[in-house]
Ligand binder design. Structure first.
Ligand code: AMP
Length: 501
C-alpha cells in the first residue's frame, strides 16, 4: 500500500512545508514508491518519464538525508558534495536544481548547478564555496574536476537522470570518468532514472547499481496514456500551411513543434514568423541565454509556437502544455515517446499530433510498432493539402511581437531555393537500413549520426552501445568499429562539448 499523502512518507517538517507551498498534496506514484525506498538507503532503478514527478521523488529523500548534516559554517570543507545529480541537458539540469532549491528552501542544504555553454568562471566561486548537492551535465563537471574546483570523494548519493538520453547522446565515457572519482559503488547510494528501460539501460544499471529496487511507473516503452495521439497525412510542402491553419482555426497557443534538425528548426521558425505566427526556436546552435528566454516566453504563453529539436527539448518541464506537434517524425521511434511526454504531464490530459508526409510513413509504422497501437489518422476541417502545397501561406499582420528572435545558427544555414522537401527525402533514403541486416542498435547509431543536432561521438563512445558498458579497460567486444579500449580516467577529453547541443 503506497502513501496517499506526503505526511505519511516520514519526511522532515521543513520539507513538507516546502512541498505544501509548492501546492502538492498527494505524492505521485513514483514519489510514493521511490521516497521510502531511497530513505531506507536502497539503490533504485526508476522507470519514469519526466512529467511523472520523479524529480521530487529523488530530491525530497536526498534533502531529507542531507538536512541532518547541513550547517551554516562558511568553511567550504564543511560543505562537501554529498549528492551528485547528472543530467543530459542544461535545461534539465537547471530544472532539477530549481526543484532542489524549492523543496530545500527551509533547510540549510546548499545546492548549485553547472552546465556547459556558459563561462566556467561564473560557476567557480559557488562551487568552490562548497555545496552539498551538485547538479551537473557531464562535460562541464569534468571541466570543473580538471580545474580542481570539485571533489567527488565524499559523494554519498549519485543520481543518473534520464539515463536513456545519456546513452543516446554518447555521454557514457564521460560518466565512466566521473564514476571512477566517486567512492566505491557499495559505499554510496545510486539512483538511476530512465524513461525507457531498454536492455542497454539494464546493462548500465548492472554496472552502476547495487541490488537496486525496480520502480516502474510507466509501462515499458509506452507513451503516457493521458495523451491523445493523432496524425495528419500531408505532403511535406503543405505542412507549413496546415500548421498555420490549425493554429488559427483552433486558436492554438503553446504548440511545441518538433523538428529533426537544428537547421530545420531555425528555418521553420523563420517561416512561421513570416506566416504571422509568434514563434521562436530552441536548438543546439542557440546560446543558453537565448534558449532560456525562448522557453520563458513560451511558458508565459507569449509564443504561439516553439520549434524545438529533440535534444534541446529533452526534459523540458512546462506546466499544462496542451499540444505537441511532430512536424517531422523522428528517425528514432523512442524519440516520439520522449516528445509526446512533454504534454499530459503529472496526470493532466494532453494532445499530440503528427504531420506525416508520404516519405515518413515508414517512420510512423516503426512508431506504431513501438507503441503497439495505431495512431489515428485524421483530416483537418477546411484544409485542402493540394491547394496549400501550391501556395505559401500569406503573412497575416501581427499585433505585437513580445520579444526579438535572436538566432545564432550562423552562416551554416542557407535559405532553400525550393519549397520542395527533396533533401529530406534523400535523407530518408539513406536511412532505409531496416531491411539490410543492421541491428537495431546500429540503426539507431546511424540515425543519430545523420542528425546534425547530435553531438559528435567521442571515439571512446563506441563502447557504449555494444555491451561493454562501464568497463574501464579492455577492447570493446564486437567488431572492428569498436576496437578502441576505453582509456583510463581523466584522459584529455575530446574537444567536442556534448551538452552544447
Ligand atoms: P518531473 O517529472 O519531476 O519533471 O515533474 C513534473 C511536474 O509535476 C513538475 O512541474 C512538478 O512541479 C509537478 N509535480 C511534482 N510532484 C507533484 C505532485 N505530488 N503533485 C502535483 N504536481 C507535482
Amino acid at each position: 500500500m503506497h502513501a496517499t499523502s506526503f505526511d505519511e512518507l516520514g519526511l522532515r517538517p521543513e520539507l513538507l512545508r516546502a512541498v505544501a507551498e509548492a501546492g502538492y498534496t498527494i505524492p505521485t506514484p513514483i514519489q510514493a514508491q521511490a521516497i521510502p525506498v531511497i530513505l531506507a538507503g536502497n539503490d533504485v532503478m526508476g522507470g519514469a518519464q519526466t512529467g511523472t514527478g520523479k524529480t521530487a521523488g529523488f530530491a525530497l529523500p536526498i534533502l531529507h538525508k542531507l538536512a541532518a548534516l547541513a550547517n551554516t559554517s562558511p568553511s567550504p570543507a564543511r560543505h562537501p558534495v554529498r549528492a551528485l545529480i547528472l543530467t543530459p541537458t542544461r535545461e534539465l539540469a537547471v530544472q532539477v536544481e530549481e526543484a532542489v532549491k524549492t523543496y530545500g528552501k527551509y533547510t540549510n542544504v546548499r545546492s548549485t548547478v553547472v552546465y556547459g555553454g556558459v563561462d566556467i568562471k561564473q560557476q567557480l566561486p559557488i562551487v568552490r564555496g562548497g555545496v552539498e548537492i551538485l547538479v551537473a551535465t557531464p562535460g562541464r563537471l569534468l571541466d570543473h574536476i580538471e580545474q580542481k574546483s570539485v571533489y567527488l570523494g565524499q559523494v554519498e548519493i549519485f543520481v543518473l537522470d534520464e539515463a536513456d538520453r545519456m546513452l543516446d547522446m554518447g555521454f557514457i565515457p564521460d560518466i565512466k570518468r566521473i564514476m571512477a572519482l566517486l567512492p566505491a559503488t557499495a559505499k554510496r547510494q545510486n539512483l538511476l532514472f530512465s524513461a525507457t528501460l531498454s536492455n542497454e539501460i539494464k546493462k548500465l544499471a548492472d554496472a552502476l547499481l547495487n541490488e537496486p529496487q525496480l520502480i516502474e511507473v510507466a509501462k515499458r516503452n509506452t507513451a503516457a496514456e493521458t495523451v491523445s495521439q493523432h496524425a495528419y497525412k500531408v505532403p511535406a510542402d503543405a505542412k507549413r500551411a496546415l500548421l498555420a491553419h490549425l493554429v488559427r482555426s483552433e486558436s492554438l497557443t503553446q504548440v511545441l513543434c518538433f523538428m529533426r534538425t537544428k537547421h530545420g528548426a531555425s528555418r521553420l521558425a523563420r517561416q512561421l514568423e513570416k506566416d504571422g505566427l509568434i514563434t521562436d526556436a530552441i536548438h543546439g546552435d542557440k546560446s543558453q541565454q537565448t534558449r532560456m528566454e525562448a522557453l520563458a516566453a513560451f511558458k508565459e504563453g507569449k509564443l504561439q509556437v516553439l520549434v524545438a529539436t529533440d535534444v534541446a527539448a529533452r526534459g523540458l518541464d512546462i506546466d499544462d502544455l496542451p499540444l505537441v506537434l511532430n512536424y517531422e517524425l523522428p528517425y528514432v521511434p523512442e524519440d516520439y515517446i520522449h516528445r509526446i511526454g512533454r504534454t499530459g504531464r503529472a496526470g493532466a490530459s494532453g494532445r499530440a499530433i503528427s504531420f506525416v508526409a508520404p516519405e515518413e510513413e515508414r517512420l510512423l509504422d516503426e512508431i506504431e510498432k513501438l507503441l503497439k497501437k495505431k495512431v489515428a489518422i485524421v483530416a483537418a476541417d477546411g484544409f485542402d493539402p493540394n491547394i496549400a502545397a501550391q501556395r505559401a501561406p500569406r503573412a497575416a499582420p501581427r499585433e505585437t511581437r513580445p520579444r526579438s528572435t535572436r538566432d545564432t545558427a550562423g552562416p551554416a544555414e542557407r535559405p532553400r531555393t525550393s519549397t520542395r522537401s527533396a533533401p529530406a527525402i534523400r535523407r530518408e533514403e539513406t536511412l532505409r537500413p531496416a531491411t539490410n541486416g543492421l541491428t537495431r542498435q546500429e540503426e539507431r547509431e546511424r540515425a543519430y549520426a545523420l542528425n546534425p543536432d547530435q553531438p559528435a561521438r567521442p571515439a571512446t563512445a563506441a563502447g557504449t552501445m555494444n555491451g561493454s558498458l562501464l568497463t574501464n579497460s579492455g577492447p570493446a567486444s564486437n567488431g572492428s568499429r569498436h576496437k578502441q579500449a576505453v582509456p583510463a580516467l581523466l584522459m584529455k577529453r575530446p574537444i567536442h562539448e556534448p551538452e552544447k547541443v
